[in-house]
Design a protein. Structure first.
Length: 121
């Protein structure tokens, strides 16, 4: 699609929108009006369901947006720390158990790792 096609499409869209603004109720039959009403009602319900009004309030208030983003950052940081701690603990637990199994080649390597970890803890 080249620029001429895009310009023609944009021009057609603008013309369609302008045509719609010039319409009167007389241009629609009852079925069209019913469809439009249903669509608008569904749109309003979706706006309420997705919290669009609350989101717009947050965007309009920079202080509130900064506060919410700050709290979200704290929560993410805490989640990373707790998650890394749990994964590290699980990994060390597995290492300790493998060292207790006295596996010939891997056991010596793991035993050295376990000794190093115990010394540094």
């Amino acid at each position: 699609m080249d620029k001429d096609d895009e310009e023609n499409i944009n021009r057609d869209e603008k013309r369609d929108i302008n045509d719609l603004t010039d319409l009167d109720e007389k241009d629609f039959d009852k079925e069209d009006i019913t469809i439009i009403k249903r669509t608008l009602i569904k749109l309003v319900e979706d706006f309420h369901k997705f919290g669009v009004a609350e989101y717009i309030e947050i965007i309009r208030s920079p202080k509130r947006m900064i506060y919410i983003n700050f709290l979200a950052g704290l929560a993410r940081g805490l989640g990373v720390v707790v998650g890394a701690t749990l994964l590290g603990a699980i990994f060390l637990s597995i290492l300790f158990r493998m060292a207790d199994l006295n596996l010939p080649v891997i056991g010596e390597y793991i035993a050295r790792l376990v000794r190093i970890v115990k010394q540094n803890l």
